[in-house]
Design a protein around this ligand. Structure first.
Ligand code: PMV
Length: 310
């Protein structure tokens, strides 16, 4: 029996514009993980049995549609490993909510890649797990930038530009964060399509917004790498203003963001696709647990308190 896991992720800066070639910053979220367990089945015909309570699957791999994301992930991983006719049961157990901007899709594929490659004695480099998770993410939402699969496969904070090698970075001082789930599930494909239609409707205006976000991402990186954490909060607020203009925030997200700021966060914004999902707040000077409590009282269904550490 072999078990391996992969973390969730959260985007700190630069969602959406990252799809259009601008930079973004994302970090792994270790407190929520997906575990995949591979067990050899007793003798019999070759078969792969897949179980995932999260998506309600308890079936033979051969019974799943080829474009089912789980089936596609397992098939691609076995192909990459050169494993033919395996007899295994695969169980996926996830603590990452789906469609919430925490990277659950990429984390499932990477946990599977780690567990299967280890089980068959050929551990994958991060790059290969990332490549397969990118292919599967395309089934989920068509035109992924690649940031989810990259940050989860490398499992460290990254500065990311599409089609370029990811740049891992370290913060110079602790960055305390609160992540709060609005409880509204929002498939990334919808918000990505919304931004695409705005971009098609008024390309110069939306490109100008993307340009401003790129500047925000770069100044956030300077603040994080130099340890000027307090300066990063207002930069987060500036990113949120542009996401609002892009149309991917909602009254519920705006209300949670306002709550976080009122409770002492230095900055807050939505994270991921938007239209639901999670918000993130940076709490450099105030109390992280007070901000988390205020967010739960304001309707967040879950909060995660985490930190980026030097
Ligand atoms: O998967 P999510 O909801 O964290 O969103 C991904 C971020 C986007 O920039 C909106 C899409 C992408 O592929 O980068």
């Amino acid at each position: 029996m072999t078990t391996a896991s992969a973390p969730g992720k959260i985007i700190l800066f630069g969602e959406h514009s990252v799809v259009y070639g601008r930079p973004a910053i994302a970090i792994p979220v270790d407190l929520v993980r997906v575990a995949a367990t591979v067990t050899d089945l007793a003798d019999g015909r070759p078969r792969v049995h897949v179980r995932s309570r999260m998506v309600g699957v308890d079936a033979e791999l051969a019974e799943l549609a080829p474009d089912d994301p789980l089936a596609a992930a397992i098939t691609e991983i076995l192909h990459s490993l050169g494993v033919n006719g395996p007899r295994v049961e695969i169980e996926i157990d996830s603590a990452i909510p789906m469609a919430a901007g925490l990277g659950s899709g990429a984390a499932v594929t990477i946990a599977l890649a780690r567990a299967l490659s280890e089980h068959f004695g050929q551990p994958f480099p991060a790059e290969e797990a990332s490549r397969i998770a990118f292919l599967v993410d395309r089934i989920h939402h068509g035109t992924p930038s690649g940031i989810d699969n990259t940050v989860i496969a490398y499992e460290q904070p990254i500065y990311f530009v599409k089609d370029q090698d990811p740049v891992p970075f370290r913060v110079a001082a602790e960055v305390p964060l609160v992540i709060a789930d609005s409880g509204i599930s929002s498939p990334t494909a919808e918000s990505v399509a919304l931004v695409r239609s705005r971009w098609l409707g008024d390309r110069p205006a939306v490109e100008a917004m993307f340009h401003s976000i790129a500047q925000i991402v770069d100044s956030a990186r300077v603040g994080l790498e130099s340890g000027d954490v307090a300066a990063v909060g207002p930069v987060m607020n500036a990113n949120q203003r542009i996401l609002q203009q892009l149309g991917v925030s909602t009254p519920q997200l705006d209300a949670l963001i306002a709550t976080a700021r009122a409770a002492g966060a230095d900055g807050a914004k939505l994270s991921g696709g938007g239209l639901g999902g999670n918000i993130i707040a940076l709490v450099a000077s105030g109390s992280r647990s007070e901000v988390a409590q205020a967010l739960r009282e304001a309707g967040a269904v879950n909060t995660i308190e985490t930190s980026l550490r030097p």
